[in-house]
Design a protein around this ligand. Structure first.
Ligand SMILES: *Cc1c(COP(=O)(O)O)cnc(C)c1O
Length: 389
């Protein structure tokens, strides 16, 4: 049987991350001591106060359908978060709770983009962005950035990329995979370009709380009412509450967009899991008492990993100020990222994600969401590997 796929599925490419991950898992299963730097999630457990709330909800029988855009209590708690932490006013009906930040990004693309539309995606990018744009039938326009300029798109670069087909600019700060955080002035300058040109901004702020060295997060929606009217904020529980498996995220948008996306969700996934939403209410309404200890640990690992990477022959590493990633440059090794990572795994049993997966072939992504012991072992191996090239 010859199966015929839709254009949207036929153009999908399998994830490079998964290939490396699959190989690493195979090696581990065979008893090989693999050090994994590929992970995109915190290595901490979900805080107890969140788990307890969800357990109680289960025990009390909160196991049925909820409104598709989320329970009113959670939508209100999220609106309150935006006011409290960001000084942004949203009504509860402007918040749509989803099955993860990824799900919200997907819904935004499907509801707002189609054939002929362009979406501007700065590289290095989170690997799902361009794929989602393509699934919506639109065209991703990639803006390249480099470590010398701290992986930041300039307002001039953005202005030049915009034409009458441009619908959305994707802004992700702090960034996955680089960890880069745009300053408030830089955020405003990019937002101004979008406002002047009538381009929507998809602002993925999932790493909002993971900042180092005094870096501050500014949401582009806070720049003015005009900015807010053109911004869709995507956020979630996965990173700062370590809830990746719960599949719970949210977005905040101008009311017509929120309503359309709620309708979209009502005919696709329906509501995010009922009792997970109760965990979400706990996360949104209780103090983030777990976070300082996590950040102390992340900060320690970041210092260590950055210092060790900088000592490796042929590597140079920009010390980015957010998330839990470093994105070292490998040009000095003479290898491109796929070969670098494949050989690193083969020769030294260290798994890291090649930059080409993120549209940047002269880099690799190191996640420090792993123990100090693993970091020490893995970085010693990377240093040995680079020394022999
Ligand atoms: C982890 C992540 C998300 C959201 O993940 P979910 O598990 O779907 O909530 C969104 N954007 C970026 C850049 C991420 O790294």
């Amino acid at each position: 049987m010859q199966y015929k796929f839709s254009d949207r599925a036929a153009s999908l490419t399998p994830s490079v991350t998964l290939a490396i991950d699959g190989k690493a898992k195979e090696m581990k299963a065979a008893g090989i001591d693999v050090v994994g730097f590929g992970t995109g999630q915190p290595d901490f457990d979900t805080p107890d106060f969140v788990k307890d709330a969800a357990k109680k909800a289960l025990d009390e029988g909160f196991t049925k359908y909820t409104p598709a855009a989320g329970i009113p209590e959670l939508r209100q708690a999220i609106a309150d978060k935006f006011e409290r932490e960001n000084g942004l006013k949203y009504e509860a009906n402007q918040i749509v709770v989803s099955c993860g930040g990824k799900h919200s990004c997907f819904n935004v693309m499907m509801a707002l983009c189609q054939q002929g539309d362009e979406v501007i995606v700065p590289a290095p990018y989170w690997l799902s962005y361009p794929e989602m744009v393509r699934m919506a039938g639109a065209t991703p326009v990639i803006l390249e950035t480099w470590d010398e300029t701290h992986f930041k798109v300039t307002p001039e670069q953005l202005r030049e990329a915009i034409n009458e087909n441009t619908r959305i600019f994707i802004l992700n700060s702090p960034s996955n995979p680089t960890g880069v955080v745009y300053s408030p002035d830089e955020i405003r300058a990019l937002g101004d370009v979008c406002v002047q040109q009538g381009v929507l901004i998809l602002s993925d702020e999932i790493y909002e709380h993971l900042l180092y060295d005094g870096a501050v997060h500014k949401s582009v929606a806070t720049c003015s009412e005009h900015h807010q009217a053109q911004t869709i904020i995507v956020h979630g529980f996965a990173k700062a509450w370590s809830m990746t498996g719960w599949r719970l995220g949210f977005m905040a948008a101008p009311l017509p967009i929120a309503k359309k996306i709620a309708a979209f969700q009502s005919h696709s996934t329906s509501n995010p899991t009922s009792f997970a939403q109760i965990g979400g209410v706990a996360a949104m309404t209780q103090p983030m008492s777990h976070l300082p200890a996590w950040m102390t640990e992340f900060a320690k690992r970041r210092e260590f990993a950055h210092a060790r990477l900088s000592e490796c022959k042929g590597l140079s590493c920009y010390k980015s100020e957010g998330a839990f990633y470093l994105f070292p440059n490998i040009e000095g090794t003479g290898l491109k990222s796929s070969e670098f990572c494949a050989r690193l795994l083969e020769d030294e049993q260290v798994a890291a994600v090649p930059g080409i997966a993120f549209g940047a072939d002269d880099y690799f992504r190191l996640s420090y969401a792993t123990s100090m012991e693993q970091l020490e072992k893995g970085l010693e191996r990377i240093e040995r590997f680079c020394g022999k090239l």
